[in-house]
Every structure is written in structure tokens, then in C-alpha cells.
Design a protein around this ligand. Structure first.
Ligand code: IDC
Length: 332
């Protein structure tokens, strides 16, 4: 009888371990190291192609409770993501914006805690300078210089950190964005020479085709492409194809399977079309967003208060779509 109980207990533990096991063990910092761009393809330290599949935080100032080891464990092992993007809003109401009255020191520490949680849970982390309504990245360039100088000093020896220097420039042309990039990239590279950097493109990071006509002159650079599948369809993919044909290295640092408002309607089928298109072209992707706000793009159901111990049912339509997609794509 005792033996039977022991066997049952062992079986339960084994089943438990199985359920907790990552279904996307590959393409993590421990196996792929410092990422680099070879030609137009994102590759590991070994020079072989990598596709990152991940999710972005909501504005970090409203997301601190998710920047923990336990939450990151679930991101890696329940959702299966290998990259987490930390969206540091530069502009925002009240103390939400880093450059508009936010507690800089505290927000910086949250970003660094994310880097640490990423390291512990074998995930890449994107430090996203999340400009949005402050359309011109040059508007807060002094803050950006300081932030990226400090971050690249603090993260110079970390292989899991990716720098994203301007989320979605808008109302400005590509030469204006280049001016900004030509200031910020050398600051980062001075401290962290082999770092991977993502640069935003015109019109809310939708016009990689414009950037492809006149790219920047640095190695290990990726150009941001953002889309929302209920708003952006084949015509947008045709634009992207033009950039791919010119060998521009592209990284989707934000997308949704919703409208570009981040809210209803969903278009999951168009989302599938987009992901197939991206992966056929070796392009990585990061979904908006890991939160429980009342918007259909939020991956967690609004009623779910937990910050760890997540199960499939805790996730919204967006979140469940992401989990299913990563599982499917990781198996291909
Ligand atoms: C949205 C949030 C929303 C917030 C708004 C403005 O979901 O709650 O009110 O920002 O701060 C983006 C942006 C991203 C947007 C998202 C959805 O990068 O910050 O989040 N979106 O609108 N670009 C296209 C869509």
C-alpha cells in the first residue's frame, strides 16, 4: 500500500513537472547568447537564424506588479515567450510619463529589475523608449541620451538586453528620425559595442519601406514594424515586402490582433496571415500587451488579479491566441 502511494506521488510530481515545463525551450539567451544581425536576418551568437516570439508590457509605470521573478517565470513557461518588452512611456498623464513628471529613478529601477528577471528566467528583454503622442523623438532627446547612456553602461555585459530607441515616431519624416538615431546609437555603442538596437520608422513604425530607401549606417540594427491586424492588412504587408526585398532587417516590436486603438474588433485570421508572412521571412514579433486593462489587446482577462500562477483560462482571446500561436510555431 505504502509503495502504491509512493508510486502515485511520484507520478503526480512527474505530471506536475510536465505541465510546468516550457514548450519553447529554444532560442533563449542561454542557448543563443548575444544576438546579432547577419545580412537582414536576426541571428544568435552562433550566426544561425533566430526568431523571437514575445509580448510587451503595458506602460511600465502601471505594470510594476508584473515585473517579478514569478511573473517572468510564467511568461517563459506558461506563455512560452522568449522576449519581453518593457514599454517606458516618455510622455503621459500625471506621473505616468518618464519625461513628464514620472519618478525617473524609480522607473529606471523597474526597467533594470525587468532585465534581471529576464536573465533569471532565460528571456531576452527589450528596453523600449516608448514615445507616442510626443511624436518627434527629438522632443525629449536630452532625457533619451541620459537614459540610454546609463542603461548601456549598466547592461554592457548582459547578453539578454535589446535597446529600442523610439517606439512610434509620428508627424515627423525619416530624416528627422535618423538625426535622433545618429545621436542615440553612438551613445549606446560607446558603452555596449555589440548591442542589438531597434529603431522606429515613420508613421507609427509602419513605414519600413521608407527606411529601406535610405537606411542608417550601423551594424546590428533592426527597423521597427508595428501593425494591428484588424486595421492593417495586405496593403501594409505589400509595403513591408518592398523593404524585405531591399534586405532591410525588420523586427516587429509591437502588434495586435485587434484594431490599432488596441481595442475591438479582433481579427485573428488576419493575425495568422501576418505571423505566417513574418516567419516565412525570418522576422521576430512581440505582441501588445501583458496587462489586464479593459482593452481587447490586453492578454490577461480584466477579472484576473493574480500576478503569477497563471493558467490558460486566465488569458483573454488575445493572450490565448498568442499562447496557441507560439506553441504551433515553436513546433514547426
Ligand atoms: C495604448 C494603450 C491605451 C492608451 C494609449 C495611449 O493600449 O490604453 O490609452 O496607448 O497611451 C500603439 C502604441 C501603444 C498603444 C497601442 C494601442 O505603441 O502605446 O497603447 N498602439 O493603441 N501603437 C499602435 C497601437
Amino acid at each position: 500500500m505504502k509503495k502504491m502511494i509512493m508510486i502515485c506521488l511520484c507520478l503526480l510530481v512527474l505530471i506536475g513537472c510536465g505541465a510546468k515545463k516550457s514548450f519553447d525551450g529554444k532560442d533563449r539567451p542561454s542557448s543563443r547568447g548575444q544576438l546579432q544581425v547577419v545580412g537582414s536576418q536576426l541571428c544568435g551568437e552562433d550566426g544561425n537564424p533566430v526568431i523571437l516570439r514575445g509580448i510587451s508590457s503595458y506602460g511600465v509605470s502601471g505594470s510594476e506588479r508584473y515585473i517579478t521573478d514569478d511573473t517572468f517565470h510564467d511568461l517563459a513557461h506558461v506563455m512560452g515567450v522568449n522576449v519581453f518588452r518593457m514599454a517606458l512611456y516618455t510622455y503621459g498623464m500625471g506621473s505616468f510619463g518618464y519625461c513628464t513628471g514620472g519618478d525617473k529613478e524609480k522607473l529606471y529601477q523597474v526597467m533594470m529589475k525587468g532585465v534581471e528577471c529576464g536573465e533569471k528566467n532565460d528571456m531576452y528583454v527589450i528596453l523600449d523608449w516608448h514615445i507616442l503622442s510626443d511624436g518627434d523623438p527629438n522632443k525629449y532627446i536630452e532625457d533619451a541620451k541620459e537614459f540610454f547612456d546609463q542603461a548601456s553602461k549598466d547592461c554592457k555585459d548582459k547578453k539578454n538586453v535589446i535597446y529600442e530607441i523610439c517606439n512610434e515616431p509620428n508627424g515627423v519624416d525619416w530624416p528627422t528620425i535618423k538625426e535622433y538615431a545618429n545621436v542615440i546609437i553612438p551613445i549606446i555603442r560607446n558603452n555596449d559595442p555589440d548591442s542589438l538596437i531597434i529603431v522606429g520608422t515613420p508613421e507609427w513604425s509602419s513605414r519600413v519601406d521608407i527606411a529601406a530607401n535610405d537606411p542608417l549606417d550601423y551594424p546590428n540594427l533592426l527597423y521597427a514594424l508595428h501593425f494591428y491586424s484588424a486595421s492593417h492588412k495586405q496593403e501594409s504587408r505589400d509595403n513591408v515586402k518592398r523593404a524585405i526585398d531591399k534586405d532591410l532587417p525588420i523586427f516587429v516590436s509591437e502588434y495586435g490582433v485587434t484594431a490599432s486603438t488596441g481595442n475591438y474588433p479582433y481579427d485573428l485570421d488576419e493575425g495568422d496571415l501576418w505571423i505566417d508572412f513574418l516567419e516565412e521571412n525570418g522576422i521576430s514579433h512581440v505582441m501588445w500587451n501583458f496587462s489586464k486593462v479593459s482593452e481587447s489587446s490586453a492578454a490577461i482577462k480584466p477579472s484576473v488579479l493574480k500576478v503569477s500562477g497563471f493558467e490558460y483560462d486566465d488569458f483573454s482571446t488575445s493572450g490565448q491566441w498568442l499562447i496557441d500561436m507560439i506553441k504551433r510555431k515553436s513546433a514547426e
